[in-house]
Design a protein around this ligand. Structure first.
Ligand SMILES: Cc1cc2nc3c(=O)[nH]c(=O)nc-3n(C[C@H](O)[C@H](O)[C@H](O)COP(=O)(O)O)c2cc1C
Ligand code: SF4
Length: 334
């Protein structure tokens, strides 16, 4: 029987459980990015309580990016020192941490919002170099890898989506061409830095002419065959299609993908109850699950679940943390 608290391998990483804390911005920074005790404390609580892996809050490439105000910053003077301290805290509890890179716009030097169709080959090279440089900075700060957010509505989800990409060169047209921009990034990160590369992808686009589930599966397989170390599944907007339906909306996709690739696949979104999560683990190919709001509601809830052998998140799903772009819970203050 599989259990959420099983110790397991996550490609090159060793995890203390199958539970992954997934990105949630940390708003309590100061003076352009400096981390504060609230953030260190939150990370320590999560790491101590039994989480297997932490995916960081998103880091943007550019200060003009749409979400920069809520994103973490890797371009302030104290970045390496602060985040080394943060990753050391997690490592003290044997919890690896991946830095998440997510950008909504791409500034190619001529246009701050360069569309996928307009990006020149030089623009593509600039983008790739910036992502690789971000990975390098993460490695200096002690992160165990990078997560490239190419899901939700972020730039790389658009670049790889036939709804937005009608390029006629090697970076447009068929599936391999549209994902080539990411495959080349992965290859270089693996070669030059060598640490874990995770990709966060959408299962589909929903818009007519957009990415279908069939093509998304094909892309995920290409990522796996070309060096990606893990894949997290998400949807175009985080609230899309999540509801109280009995079956998890991404489960069929995750099940299929986990069967077809030999890298970890992370099921994400609306997972709240230990019993239900163990049921999914034992009735599907899914081996890893990520949660976000439950950690906002209570950073160390996993300690209670582990001690009691059961538990449900106290998150009420009001969505205030997300819609008000805060990292604190609006229902509980402890
Ligand atoms: C407060 C908050 C901040 C978030 N910040 C990020 C982020 O930085 N990067 C990201 O990819 N997703 C972010 N998300 C989305 C979550 O990672 C997750 O996909 C979503 O909340 C669904 O998972 P859940 O039902 O377990 O909360 C955030 C969500 C919340 C509630
Ligand atoms: S603010 Fe609402 S959605 Fe966010 S963690 Fe608290 S209860 Fe859950």
């Amino acid at each position: 029987m599989k259990d959420i608290f099983d110790e397991c391998n996550f490609k090159d990483l060793k995890l203390k459980s199958r539970i992954i804390r997934t990105g949630a911005w940390q708003r309590e920074t100061e003076d352009g990015g400096y981390l504060t005790p609230v953030i260190y404390d939150r990370y320590e609580k999560m790491a101590k309580s039994g989480v297997g892996l932490i995916l960081s809050e998103m880091f943007a490439l550019d200060y003009k990016d749409r979400f920069f105000e809520y994103s973490a910053n890797m371009n302030y003077k104290g970045f390496v020192k602060d985040y080394k301290e943060l990753t050391d805290i997690c490592h003290n509890y044997d919890v690896p941490v991946l830095g998440q890179l997510a950008f909504f716009y791409y500034d190619d030097g001529d246009n701050q919002k360069a569309e996928p169709n307009d990006l020149t080959i030089e623009g593509i090279r600039k983008l790739q170099a910036e992502v690789i440089m971000a990975a390098k900075k993460f490695s200096f700060a002690g992160f165990d890898g990078i997560q490239i957010n190419m899901g939700n509505n972020f730039y790389l989800s658009k670049f790889t989506n036939p709804y937005f990409n009608q390029r006629e060169d090697d970076y447009g047209g068929n599936t391999l061409n549209r994902i080539r921009i990411v495959l080349e990034i992965i290859k270089l990160i693996k070669k030059t830095i060598g640490f874990h590369v995770s990709c966060r992808i959408n299962i589909e686009d929903v818009r007519k002419g957009g990415l279908t589930q069939e093509e998304s599966l094909k892309m995920a397989k290409l990522l796996a065959e070309n060096g990606a170390d893990s894949i997290q599944i998400t949807g175009r907007t985080i609230s899309m299609k999540y509801d109280a339906k009995e079956k998890h909306i991404f489960l069929d996709y995750a099940n299929k993908l986990a069967q077809e690739v030999d890298i970890p696949v992370i099921l994400a979104g609306n997972l709240r109850d230990m019993e239900k999560m163990n049921e999914i683990l034992n009735t599907s190919n899914v081996e890893f699950m990520s949660l976000s709001k439950p950690f906002v509601a209570q950073a160390d809830f996993l300690a209670d679940w582990k001690a009691n052998g059961k538990g449900s998140s106290r998150c009420k799903g009001c969505n205030n943390c997300y819609s008000k772009k805060e990292s604190r819970c609006f229902q509980y203050t402890d």
